[in-house]
Design a binder for this molecule. Structure first.
Ligand code: GAR
Length: 196
């Protein structure tokens, strides 16, 4: 049985696309059963629809700052379709203790840095400004601290002398698209493995 996965996106959804592409392989241990966004205009929702995957937009704005109430609606939507694992893919809202607790150990995130270095925003710019020679991306479990949970997988890219924020971001993104499907596959296989 494949692990039932929901992907939460904020916009472009290129990592979602990479997960969808991987999941087309019959041998892949997870299936994407829902793509959800807080942003009804997220372009990734159209991509998912074109790929034949159910989508849902749960706009946060009508909740007027009540983040937990917004998450109660998300949680209900996930449970309604039997989701087992949630993958954050460019979902840029910080989760409250409600959703993190409800899905503890079952929410993955991809972050564009070698955590614990550079949590938060503008990771590529900050890595360049710091003169790093290596940068990359991380897939980790989501806990309450922002970009802090246990690390599942990382990919390293060299920082080249003439790199700009844009070239470094593009180079890291290529690795993100390889890393996230591989990390989800490992995670899904481990979930299905029978206890000794
Ligand atoms: C990706 O680079 C992802 O790592 C980053 O947002 C981008 C989303 O792109 N996520 C974060 O910064 C989370 N802290 P995508 O919508 O094309 O997948």
């Amino acid at each position: 049985m494949k692990i039932r996965v929901a992907v939460l996106i904020g916009g472009r959804g290129s990592n979602m696309d990479a997960l969808l592409a991987a999941a087309r392989d019959p041998a892949y241990p997870a299936e994407i059963v829902l793509v959800l966004s807080n942003n009804p205009a997220a372009s990734g929702l159209a991509t998912a629809t074109a790929a034949g995957v159910p989508i849902l937009a749960i706009d946060h704005r009508p909740y007027k700052g009540d983040r937990a109430a917004h998450e109660v609606a998300i949680d209900a939507a996930l449970r309604a379709v039997g989701v087992e694992v949630v993958c954050l893919a460019g979902y840029m809202r910080v989760l409250t203790p409600f959703l993190v607790g409800a899905w503890a150990g079952r929410i993955l995130n991809i972050h564009p840095s070698l955590l614990p270095a550079y949590p938060g925003l503008h990771t590529h710019r900050r890595a360049l400004e710091a003169g790093e020679t290596q940068h990359g991306c991380t897939v980790h479990l989501v806990t309450q601290g922002v970009d802090e949970g246990p690390i599942l997988a990382q990919a390293v890219v060299p920082v080249l002398p003439d790199d700009t924020e844009a070239t470094l971001a593009a180079c890291v993104l290529i690795q993100e698209h390889r890393l996230y499907p591989a990390a989800l596959a490992d995670f899904a296989r481990a979930l299905r493995r029978p206890l000794p």
